[in-house]
Design a protein around this ligand. Structure first.
Ligand SMILES: Nc1ncnc2c1ncn2[C@@H]1O[C@H](COP(=O)(O)OP(=O)(O)OP(=O)(O)O)[C@@H](O)[C@H]1O
Length: 722
């Protein structure tokens, strides 16, 4: 066994041959281990560039050194070389399944090949899960294949141990992974997630291997997130999928269930009848590796394509879709997440009371709202929707929120988005609480809601007080609801900020420029349909006439009504915001506005106070943690076991009964160090003890340093004990 040999930890003992892969964090080289005369792959991470993710690196290296399974890519050894970390691992000469597809199978593999690849990956997952790990980045780009057809799952860069941080975390909340493969619960960040997130990614990987690309792979990340949350799960039910067996379709459908509790465990999935189609490694080598150019050459070709794409993007209009495609070709995890988009969309909603804050919205966004507000544009939007509707176009252009409301980024962006777009999993039956909170929303079709809003509008357009008109129509009133629909609603006839802009050339000009943009597409999920995966006949539609259908997606008249409802809600919120602005600039407004304004201001002040307190708390905790990196060296020796405090903070502690208890599982040096700390400073974590605790920590740093070195040495080899 190669890994039983002692691989040197001196970079001079390796000869780098060529680059064979790159990702977000690393470049991978084919190399020769000179003394052992063995080809290896070296993953080179620049620690200076990754300095804010040392914990991630620690996880990856630690996991790679501890795992021991034929289907997992383990590390022979690792060491620092200047500011780089070198991870020495087996060289998988055929590269990743993604690379192979991109070179020779652009439309995907045949079913027996897929079954063989997936079975090997699933074996790796069964092992990982039994050890308490979630991989969190299962995808074709991380399925590595050797020339003899051996398959290994690699890239533990974002893997997580369920028992990390000594806290016996039973659910994770960190927002990591690659959007197309990311499970809805990882995106939503409502209740945390567990091993089942890997099963979702596994299902997406199955589709990727079948089609040559993952569902939604050509869209920008934000769009992918919304599509995953809003649409029915993808599956193998298009015309082109006829070639696949029933058992394959069933496997995919079993994995891609939005409710993670309804997904099987990896162990159970391994018994699925689909894997009867799996063959041997030799079969794999014969069927997909024969005639394949060497990995380095393929890598250079793909790089060339990527450069061409980049060039054409620069020459032509730079489309996000093309850029996503480029990222996809590279097969990397770190899509260029536009967190600003997330922030902006999420910041629309105040989770605690459903209030929309529109102060500070930039002109682009305001104008966008204005555009949606104008009746002619609504109909323009409708016309565009009908004319150009594609399933993908059903997603609202959330990117258009650029620059708006970036000040308060919720720690769980998609939870906030959920409030905004009602993006609950389709499989989730409404809870009793949901139904209580939305007395009429579940039982009223969007069309009816729209009608009720219209009725409310006409009831109020005769000049009733603003405060009254700012309340929600009776069908939407709900003090406890956090949904967007529970926000304030002012009929546009009462107070429309845009009724007064006739003399404002800037606004009018912008309006002219933007009126052709298409903002079509429902923001609401389709109502729960237990048969969502089946083709639906027009007469079966209970929620409006189908205007256009493609695959499993459809645009109904209700979708359009939903859009109109949203447009009007946005309009109302805008009006409140403008009314508040006007009152601060001295124009006379009904007292209700002043009251509302004060209420909002005091609410904002409270929020700011809480944020400051939380920030202080985070600082304090960070300070404690950084005690052990006080001696920061270019090598990451001391940093390597610093816990990821943010994850600890995000842990909501929700107990997941089906997750096994830590019975010692995978060794966790960090926990060991923490346990020793605990005994050194006493278990009392009360506030009165804080100063004492800090003092003991200071005094104990030398001892701690030794312990960390010892733990480094024990779990990651002597070279880590530098
Ligand atoms: N042992 C190996 N043998 C051959 N090629 C490899 C090996 N490890 C990685 N590669 C190639 O290098 C690419 C990047 O490696 P890896 O995924 O580990 O880096 P990363 O920065 O973590 O990537 P990502 O962006 O996907 O997270 C892989 O997609 C694969 O094509």
């Amino acid at each position: 066994m190669e890994h039983a040999r002692r691989f040197p930890t001196d970079p001079k003992e390796y000869k780098l041959c060529e680059e064979v892969g790159d990702g977000v964090s690393a470049t991978v080289y084919k190399a020769l281990c000179i003394p052992l005369n063995i080809e290896v792959a070296i993953k080179v991470l620049d620690l200076e560039k990754c300095s804010n993710d040392l914990d991630g690196i620690r996880r990856e290296v630690q996991t790679m050194s501890l795992i021991d399974h034929p289907n997992l890519l383990r590390a022979y050894c690792s060491f620092t070389n200047g500011h780089q970390l070198w991870v020495i691992m087996p060289y998988m000469a055929a590269g990743s399944a993604l690379h192979i597809m991109k070179t020779s199978f652009p439309d995907g593999f045949e079913e027996p090949v897929i079954a063989t690849l997936l079975r090997e990956v699933l074996k790796a997952l069964v092992y990982l899960h039994s050890q308490g790990h979630i991989h969190r980045d299962v995808k074709a780009g991380n399925i590595l294949i050797d020339t003899n057809g051996a398959v290994k799952l690699g890239d533990f860069g974002v893997s997580a141990c369920m028992f990390d941080t000594g806290n016996r975390q039973r659910a994770r909340n960190t927002f990591v992974g690659t959007p197309c493969w990311m499970a809805p619960e990882v995106m939503q960040q409502l209740h945390g997630y567990d091993y089942k997130a890997d099963i979702w990614s596994f299902g997406i990987t199955a589709l990727e291997l079948a089609h040559g690309h993952a569902p939604f792979s050509k869209y920008p990340p934000m769009k992918v997130l919304l599509m995953t949350l809003q649409n029915a799960p993808p599956g193998l039910d298009y015309e082109r999928d006829k070639r696949f067996s029933k058992s394959f379709k069933d496997l995919v459908a079993t994995c891609l269930v939005k409710d993670p509790r309804k997904r099987p465990s990896s162990e159970k999935l391994l018994k699925h009848s689909f894997f009867k189609h799996a063959r041997t490694a030799e079969f794999l080598a014969r069927s997909i590796l024969d005639g394949l150019p060497p990995l380095g050459e393929r890598f250079r070709t793909l790089k060339g394509k990527e450069a061409d794409l980049l060039l054409s993007n620069k020459l032509g209009s730079e489309s996000k879709e093309q850029l996503s495609q480029k990222e996809y070709i590279r097969g990397i995890s770190g899509w260029n997440f536009n967190l600003e988009d997330l922030k902006n969309a999420a910041a629309l909603i105040d989770n605690s009371n459903g209030t929309c804050h529109l102060d500070g919205v930039n002109s682009k966004f305001k104008d966008g709202l204005q555009e949606a507000n104008e009746p002619e544009n609504i109909y323009q939007g409708r016309a565009n929707l009908v004319a150009s509707a594609r399933p993908e176009d059903e997603i609202q252009e959330v990117e258009d929120l650029d620059g708006a409301l970036a000040s308060s980024f919720p720690s769980r962006p998609l939870e906030a988005l959920k409030s905004c777009f009602d993006v609950c999993g389709d499989d989730d039956p409404p809870t009793a609480t949901d139904l209580r909170e939305q007395p009429n929303m579940e039982s009223t079709s969007p069309m009816q809601q729209f009608q009720q809003i219209e009725n409310h509008k006409s009831a109020n357009c005769n000049g009733e007080s603003l405060e009254r008109s700012a309340s929600v129509p009776s069908n939407l009133v709900n003090s406890g609801s956090h949904k967007f629909l529970s926000g304030s609603l002012i009929p546009e006839h009462v107070l429309s900020p845009y009724r007064n802009v006739g003399n404002d050339p800037a606004r009018n000009g912008h309006q002219k420029n933007t009126c052709n943009r298409n903002r079509s597409g429902p923001l609401f999920r389709q109502m729960k349909d237990p048969r969502a995966h089946l083709p639906v006949e027009p007469e079966e539609q209970s929620e409006g006439k189908v205007i256009q259908r493609r695959g499993r997606f459809q645009v109904t008249s209700d979708s359009i009504a939903q859009k109109e409802v949203i447009s009007r809600l946005i309009s109302s919120i805008e009006e409140i915001s403008d009314a508040a602005d006007a009152s601060t600039t001295g124009s006379s407004q009904p007292s209700g506005v002043h009251f509302r304004e004060k209420e909002l201001q005091s609410y904002i002040a409270n929020l700011q106070q809480s944020v400051t307190e939380l920030a202080e708390e985070v600082q304090r905790l960070k300070l404690k943690n950084t005690q052990c990196i006080y001696n920061a060296s270019p090598k990451i020796t001391y940093c390597i076991f610093v816990s990821n405090q943010e994850e600890v903070l995000q842990d909501d502690g929700a107990a997941e009964p089906d997750v096994p208890q830590d019975d010692g599982g995978a060794a966790d040096p960090e926990r060991e160090v923490q346990a020793q700390d605990q005994s050194a400073i006493g278990k009392d974590g009360s506030e009165g003890e804080e100063e004492k605790r800090e003092g003991v920590l200071q005094a104990g740093t030398n001892a701690k340093e030794k312990r960390i070195r010892k733990a480094n040495s024990k779990y990651m080899g002597p070279e880590w004990a530098v």
